[in-house]
Ligand binder design. Sequence first.
Ligand code: CUA
Length: 340
Amino acid sequence: MTAMLGLCNVLEQPAVSLFGLREGTFWLPPQRSTIAPAVDNLFYTLLGISAFFFLLILGLMTLFVIRYRYRPGVGPQSDVKHSTALEIFWSVIPLMIVTYIFYEGFVGYVQMRTVPDNAYEIEVVAGQWSWLFLYDGLEATELHVPADRPVRLVMRSDDVIHSLWIPDFRVKMDIVPGRKTETWFEAPWQGETSRHALKCTEYCGTNHSTMLATVVVHRQADFDAWLADARAKDQSKPAKERGEDIYNRYSCIQCHSIDGTMEVDGVEVVGPSFKGIWGETHEFSNAPDTEVDYEYLKESLFYPSEKIRRGYPDKMSSYKGRLSDEQIRYIKAFIESLKD
Ligand code: CUA
């Protein structure tokens, strides 16, 4: 009963932690979501229980080792008797403890998995090695959210398994190719616009450690202003700049340079450069010579293995279903602009 009361307390006053950790500790970052105090409380409860039994068992063991050690005149005892009272005592108490842990864990799990109806929805696309946040079609590389409002993240991956983690919010959810996963949080207003780290926490290849982004928590009015501004900027963008955004955000940059070299930011890449290719006729190891035009670009994106440029590996994954015709036209504009 005490346990239940304790939990209800946590759920009803989510911004207040039993441990007063809102500003963070040596062990944990500050609590910046409504769920964070409950998560930390359960964590510290488990840590406390484990530490208590660790010390109890180790202490008794040390005591017994000294007290009952073998020495002249003291041998093994043969009159040890069964004690029902003791058996019940050390079975019932652990049972109560694990029941309490299960209860707390289950209630917290249900709360974390049940997205409130009024949640604001944002799509998240994870890819090697960047994050993309979609607001009704508008693409952003930072996750902007309104404060004091539940936010639902609907997440997908186009390549391998990633995992979204926002330590300040105590939110972590895997992103698995071929399915959508979701998570939600509500970030209370802190009196000012706040920024929080967002990380990929599933090893997803060479640059896993650079797969970072920022969460920006705005007041609702500021959030609306940010969204309107970002939309206006996006709509006035020339096609080639949109194409460049796609080049950066959809991982083209991981394999193709735009300066004619085989390096991007000093790192060696395996694909042919985009520079000066538009309108050229290329040779392929498995197909007749072809001119680089829109048809060829689209085929290369959707069916990369159909035409393998001579001298380069057959390594590219398909973008079929990931890029629209409109986006391919932006890429075309970008590549066309990379003349010499
Ligand atoms: Cu994505 Cu690690």
